[in-house]
Ligand binder design. Sequence first.
Ligand code: HEM
Length: 139
Amino acid sequence: MDRSKQKMIMAMGFVAFFVMAITGFLPLIMGAKVLSGWWMILHATAAPVFSLLLAVGALLWVRSEGMGLKDGAQNKCTKKAAWAFLILFIPNALSILFSMNAWFPSSTQHTFLSVHFYTAIGLCLLVLLHLNFSRKNKG
Ligand code: HEM
């Protein structure tokens, strides 16, 4: 796959992430206690698109930049932020998955929802860091 297609997938992944962040946080900022209605539909519809783009984007990124922090052209901080994002996405996705079925008591489901919320904040911060570091990388 050529570089321009890889860039396009990454850009689509960023757009999908912003849709996730906006549909997740905006209703709460506007005073809702939980996601519901169109916000929930948009958030849940964008989730598989985002997950797929993230998985494909991560594979392409590792292929071009390598696994190690010293491999590839990107600086260490950019790569650390990207790895931290990929690792933090695991509890973010699993927590909401576990909160939505009846395997756990409702108090644990609430804890899972909090894990989803706080890991989502972490993901937003890491995206900001990543954008900041990769901008500096370009000189
Ligand atoms: C696999 C990907 C994801 C899925 C399947 C997913 C699904 C959901 C669902 C179903 C809810 C509603 C839970 C409820 O009210 O009971 C929710 C809430 C939320 N999501 Fe996601 N989400 C995903 C990724 C993300 C990402 C990447 C972000 C932001 C960066 C995010 C931010 C939020 C926020 C802020 C809430 C509200 C939490 C709260 O009410 O305390 N989500 N998500």
